[in-house]
Design a protein around this ligand. Structure first.
Ligand code: ADP
Length: 504
């Protein structure tokens, strides 16, 4: 990896974009080939650290989606007939291709999303790890023999849907590709994927590797905007299954499209996850569990613990430690060694997060630290905000109810357990939750009461492959990252044979 750490941030990024240019694909990937969109239009993907374009990317439209679905449909029978060991080989090789090109993927991911290089590298490795997980777990696909009629052989088969449409967001670009592509290919489906318009580069880079590894038409990528390329994918009559990660309101729209054709959906949507600090909890553990995820990726994680419920008895000490930890964040150029927090990923995100800084103040929360835009040579050209802690907030404040998707923590005090649990659950979301306590009974009891798909105790957001992830309530439908996910990508067929009439 060359050095980008000298000179000013704009020059650093221009050099890095130049360096990355050979890794950039700009066209749609359909039927194993890169090609322009039918209309020949392009859009810019922008480096959020310096607000400069990185590349012009094909702007896919309905006709392109039609072409991609058609390519996926043509490939579906042959790929659907493969056996798990063959699919395992393909997934494993795709994972290896990522591992072999970690630095290229890392630089693209960092430039496109603003993630610090170390963070981007960790995620690129995680993407490979997840493809490898699905390579392994695809061997577990099996049917059942059902012993309910002595004159019959009754068994079930798990069959692929055929063409699957997958729409992913910009906060974890390559990781999301792996989360979605892994289970779809493992189960014998073919895929048309629509990456987020803000961060298309790593999905396209993976398509370049897929050209050698995945049969033509099995994995297709249509870049473009939500309404132009995403919506036609959700409406296409030959798409038999949809999976989406993104905002809850977009999830509603996708579910409505899917309802027209009774297409099943997997949805991973927003969150406003609580973290509960009990008076007996280890405060250092609590602080690191919260800050380590809240500030990771500049707070742009759906499962970020964005509401902290701190018991009155430990409030002061917790706040002191939490603010100290917040000050340890190094906000700056993602290409500079030591940076822990880069910019927000886009202008829209910057406008949204900064508007919530005003909302919090107007609602009467106190700004304990941050609350503005950092001023430094590294940050003056990009979409940077300060890590911010709001205290003395109430759970019905907008900053406690609405997903900000930035490094903004809302701290709420509590003293009565039942009331605290009521408030922790009093949100439309239910993605995740966490707590710090040394009392195992209390941890179990609280985990049971929390309305969330994932609950962590004395840690937060550890999600190794194989552990189910997904939301309650408006945070989504279905579980990803696990063997159970394979069920969502297959249909069950029951075969019942009269054995008295068949020479079995
Ligand atoms: P955000 O607003 O944070 O970008 P979205 O939920 O809008 O989050 O975007 C997530 C993904 O969904 C992106 O790939 C985006 O292009 C796509 N998308 C947005 N709107 C639609 C839509 N109406 N139909 C299908 N996909 C959409």
């Amino acid at each position: 990896m060359p050095e980008y750490y000298s000179g000013n941030v704009v020059d650093n990024h221009r050099d890095a974009i130049e360096e990355a240019s050979t890794a950039i694909e700009t066209d749609l990937f359909i039927g194993g080939k890169f090609r322009q969109s039918e209309g020949g239009d392009y859009f810019e993907t922008v480096d959020p650290t310096v607000k400069e374009p990185i590349a012009e990317i094909a702007r896919g439209q309905k006709t392109d989606v039609d072409a991609a679905v058609s390519a996926a449909a043509d490939a579906a029978d042959e790929w659907g007939d493969t056996v798990p060991p063959e699919r395992q080989e393909v997934l494993r090789e795709l994972a290896e291709r990522i591992e072999d090109n970690v630095e290229e993927f890392t630089l693209l991911e960092s430039l496109d999303s603003g993630k610090p290089l170390d963070v981007a590298r960790g995620e690129v490795e995680r993407a490979a790890e997840f493809l490898d997980y699905y390579a392994g777990v695809c061997r577990s696909i099996e049917g059942k023999q059902l012993p309910y009629d002595s004159d019959a052989l009754i068994y079930t088969r798990r069959e692929p849907y055929g063409v699957v449409g997958q729409i992913i967001p910009w906060n974890f670009p390559l990781v999301m590709v792996a989360y979605k592509l892994g289970p779809a290919l493992a189960t014998g489906n073919t895929v048309v994927m629509k990456p987020a318009e803000q961060t298309p580069l790593t999905a396209l880079r993976l398509a370049r590797e897929a050209q050698d590894v995945v049969p033509d038409g099995v994995f297709n990528v249509v870049t473009g905007f939500g309404e132009e390329a995403g919506q036609p994918l959700t409406e296409h009559p030959e798409v038999r299954k949809l999976a989406f990660t993104g905002e809850t309101t977009t999830g509603h729209a996708i579910m409505k499209s899917a309802a027209e054709r009774a297409v099943p959906v997997t949805l991973e949507l927003g969150g406003k996850s609580p973290f509960i600090v009990f008076p007996d909890g280890d405060l250092d553990v609590a602080v690191e569990s919260v800050a380590g995820v809240m500030y990771y990726n500049t707070g742009q994680s759906c499962d970020a613990p964005s509401r902290v419920f701190v018991h009155d008895d430990v409030r002061e000490e917790f706040m002191e430690k939490f603010i100290e930890r917040t000050h340890e964040e190094v906000v700056g150029d993602p290409l500079r060694e030591g940076t822990t927090m880069g910019p927000l990923a886009s202008e829209a995100q910057f406008d949204k997060v900064t508007s919530y800084l005003d909302v919090g103040r107007d609602e009467g929360a106190t700004v304990e630290t941050g609350g503005g835009i950092p001023e430094s040579e590294d940050t003056e050209h990009g979409y940077f905000v300060e890590p911010t802690v709001f205290a003395e907030a109430q759970n019905d404040f907008r900053i406690a109810q609405e997903e900000i998707f930035g490094p903004v923590e809302t701290v709420i005090s509590w003293s009565d357990y039942d009331e605290m649990i009521r408030q922790a659950n009093d949100t439309e979301f239910g993605l995740a939750a966490g707590m710090a306590t040394n009392d195992v009974s209390l941890a179990n009891q609280t985990a049971e009461k929390l309305e969330a798909g994932n609950v962590w105790v004395n840690k937060y957001a550890t999600l190794p492959p194989g552990t189910p992830f997904g939301g309650y309530k408006q945070s989504g439908i279905g579980r990803e990252h696990t063997r159970e996910t394979l069920l969502a990508y297959t249909r069950c067929k029951t075969v019942d044979i009269d054995t008295t009439h068949s020479p079995m």
